[in-house]
Design a protein around this ligand. Structure first.
Ligand code: GLY
Ligand code: MN
Ligand code: MN
Length: 539
C-alpha cells in the first residue's frame, strides 16, 4: 500500500496535473486561424526587420496554482499570432536574412517541445518538430532541447530584437528545455548579465515620442523613474536628459541616443502596429466571440430574478458561450450587484442574492484566441427604479456620443472625450457634482481600448484605423458613502460595446445585446428555458 502511494506520488510530482494546450488535428474545431494566416504574419514582420537582425520570441510560462496543479496554459498572444503554436516551452527565431541551419538555408526556426509519449499521456498531445512543420507550416523546427547548443552568432547581427523577458518563470527540474532554461540560454548567448535590465530603452522610447510635446513633464517622469530604479539612475543618457536646460539641449540628447544591439522596443512597436488592424480571418473569429457574448447577455436578461446569486449569473453567461465552443473567458468575468458594480474589476462574484440591485455584467468569450468585451447593466427585478434609470440614461447618452466619434482618422481618445463631456454635464445637471473637476470621482476609467487576441489588445493608440476593433464603454459608479444624495448610492452603470472601425465610420458588433431601457425591460419579461430548471436542494 505504501509502495503504491509512493509510486502514485512520484508520478504525480514528476508529471504535473495541468491542462495541456490543444493542437491541430481531426478531433479539433476546424475554424481556427489557418497556417497561411500565421505564415503571412511572419512574412509581414520579417519584411520590416532591420537589416542583419534576428527576432526572438518566447512562449508563455506555465503558471502553478498549487502543488502539482497548474493553471490552464494560455499561449502568449504574440507567439500565437506568429505561429499558431499552442504549447509551452518554445522559442521562435525569425531572421532578416537566410540563415544556415544544419546545412539548410532558412528564415525561421521554431524550437518546440519534443514528443514524449509518457508525458503526452498525462498532459496532452504535442506536435513535436515534425508536427510543427506539417500542421503549422513553419519551414524549420527543432526540439527545444537543441536550443542550448544552437549557435546564435551575435557578431553576425546588428540587432537582436525581443520582447521584455519574463522574470518570474519556474524551473521544472525534470525538463532541461523548459521556458526557464530557454530564457537563461538566450541570455547567455547574447551576454546578458545578471541585474541588467532594459528599462532605459523603454524610457528612451517615451522620450523620443513625447519630448517635443511636453519636455518638462517628460523630464519629471524620467526623474521619478530614475529614483525608483538604480540601473536607470546610473544611465548617462538619462542623466544628460534630465539635466538639459532647454528644448535645444533636450533635442541634442534625443538625437544622440545610442542604438543598442539587444533591443526590446522594436518588436513591441512592430507587433502593436500589425495587431491593431485585423485581417478578414481575425474579424470572422472576433465577430463570433462578440456575437456569442451578446447572446449570453440576452439569455441572462431572460433568466434573471432577485433570488439569483452573482455566481449563478456568471455561470449562465459562461455556459452560453461554451455552448458555442468558446474555450475560455477573455478575462475574469465580472458580475457585480449594487455597490459591487462600483468596483471596476470586481471578480469575486459572491453575493448570494441580487435583490433589487442593478447588476453590472462585464463578460467576454474567448473564441479560438479572440476575445469579446461586452457589458450590460440591468435591474435584477426587471424594472429600473427612477434613480437607476436616470444614471443609466446618462451613460447611454455618453455611449452614443462615443459611437459618433468613431471614425477613421479621429484621435484614439475622441470617443473618450465625447463621452466624458456628456457624463460631466449630466452629473452636474443631476446635482451629483458641482463642477467638471469632480467628475472623475464617478467616471474613473477611459472609454476605449482595442480588443483582439488580448482583451486590452496591442495597438498604436494613434488615429483610428479601419478594421481595428475598439470598445466604447462609458461608466458612472457611485459607491455607498459618496458625497451626494443617498438615493444615488450603490448605483454603478457601465455599458460596453465592441465597435469595428469601418472605412466610413463604425459598426457595433455587440448590437445583439439589448441596450435601451425599453429593450432591456422587454427582454427581461420574456420566459427563459432556465425558468423550469430545478435542482435538488442540498442539505
Ligand atoms: N473587461 C475589462 C474592460 O472592460 O476593460
Ligand atoms: Mn473593456
Ligand atoms: Mn469589459
Amino acid at each position: 500500500m505504501n509502495f503504491l502511494r509512493h509510486l502514485c506520488f512520484t508520478l504525480l510530482v514528476s508529471l504535473p496535473l495541468g491542462v495541456a494546450a490543444q493542437n491541430t488535428g481531426p478531433d479539433k474545431p476546424s475554424d481556427f486561424l489557418d497556417k497561411e494566416f500565421h505564415r503571412q504574419r511572419r512574412e509581414v514582420l520579417r519584411q520590416q526587420l532591420p537589416p542583419r537582425s534576428v527576432a526572438v520570441l518566447f512562449s508563455n510560462p506555465i503558471r502553478n496554482r498549487a502543488n502539482d496543479v497548474d493553471f490552464h496554459f494560455h499561449q502568449h498572444p504574440d507567439f500565437y499570432y506568429l505561429t499558431g503554436y499552442r504549447e509551452p516551452n518554445a522559442v521562435l527565431l525569425l531572421f532578416s536574412d537566410q540563415h544556415m541551419v544544419n546545412g539548410v538555408a532558412t528564415e525561421e526556426i521554431l524550437f518546440a517541445q519534443a514528443r514524449n509519449p509518457q508525458a503526452e499521456s498525462w498532459t496532452g498531445k504535442r506536435l513535436g518538430e515534425e508536427g510543427v512543420e506539417r500542421h503549422l507550416g513553419l519551414t524549420h523546427a527543432l526540439p527545444a532541447t537543441a536550443f542550448a547548443g544552437f549557435k546564435l552568432d551575435t557578431a553576425a547581427y546588428d540587432q537582436i530584437l525581443f520582447l521584455e523577458l519574463p522574470h518570474d518563470v519556474r524551473n521544472d527540474p525534470n525538463n532541461s528545455a523548459d521556458l526557464y532554461d530557454l530564457v537563461a540560454q538566450f541570455k547567455q548567448k547574447i551576454g546578458l548579465t545578471e541585474g541588467k535590465d532594459f528599462a532605459h530603452q523603454e524610457l528612451f522610447q517615451i522620450i523620443k515620442m513625447y519630448d517635443a510635446q511636453g519636455g518638462a513633464r517628460v523630464q519629471q517622469e524620467v526623474q521619478r523613474q530614475m529614483r525608483a530604479n538604480p540601473n536607470l539612475a546610473k544611465n548617462p543618457t538619462l542623466n544628460a536628459y534630465v539635466n538639459a536646460k532647454d528644448a535645444a539641449a533636450r533635442a541634442a540628447v534625443v538625437k544622440g541616443m545610442p542604438k543598442e544591439k539587444a533591443d526590446i522596443t522594436w518588436l513591441d512597436g512592430a507587433l502593436s502596429e500589425m495587431r491593431e488592424v485585423k485581417t478578414p480571418q481575425e474579424l470572422t473569429l472576433l465577430r463570433k466571440a462578440v456575437a456569442m457574448s451578446a447572446i449570453g447577455q440576452v439569455e441572462v436578461m431572460k433568466a434573471m430574478h432577485p433570488s439569483m446569486s452573482e455566481t449563478e449569473v456568471q455561470g449562465i453567461h459562461e455556459f452560453v458561450y461554451k455552448k458555442y465552443g468558446a474555450e475560455y473567458e477573455g478575462y475574469p468575468s465580472i458580475v457585480g450587484a449594487g455597490n459591487n458594480g462600483c468596483i471596476l474589476h470586481y471578480v469575486e462574484n459572491e453575493k448570494p442574492k441580487l435583490g433589487t440591485d442593478l447588476v453590472l455584467m462585464d463578460l467576454g468569450a474567448e473564441y479560438h484566441g479572440y476575445t469579446a468585451d461586452v457589458t450590460r447593466t440591468i435591474p435584477a427585478n426587471g424594472k429600473f427604479s427612477p434613480a437607476q434609470a436616470q444614471i443609466y440614461e446618462l451613460v447611454y447618452a455618453a455611449q452614443e456620443a462615443g459611437f459618433n466619434a468613431c471614425k477613421p482618422g479621429n484621435a484614439f481618445n475622441a470617443p473618450d472625450q465625447a463621452a466624458q463631456k456628456v457624463m460631466t454635464d449630466g452629473l452636474i445637471k443631476l446635482g451629483i457634482i458641482k463642477n467638471a473637476q469632480e467628475a472623475r470621482r464617478y467616471t474613473m476609467h477611459g472609454v476605449s481600448h482595442y480588443i483582439g487576441l488580448d482583451v486590452h489588445d496591442r495597438g498604436t493608440y494613434g488615429p483610428l484605423k479601419p478594421n481595428s476593433v475598439i470598445t466604447v464603454e462609458p461608466g458612472i459608479y457611485i459607491p455607498e458613502g459618496s458625497p451626494c444624495d443617498k438615493k444615488w448610492w450603490g448605483i454603478g452603470v457601465r455599458i460596453e460595446d465592441d465597435i469595428l472601425i469601418t472605412e466610413k465610420g463604425w459598426e457595433n458588433l455587440s448590437k445583439g445585446a439589448p441596450r435601451t431601457i425599453k429593450e432591456i425591460e422587454a427582454t427581461m419579461a420574456q420566459p427563459s428555458p432556465l425558468d423550469n430548471f430545478k435542482l435538488p436542494v442540498l442539505k
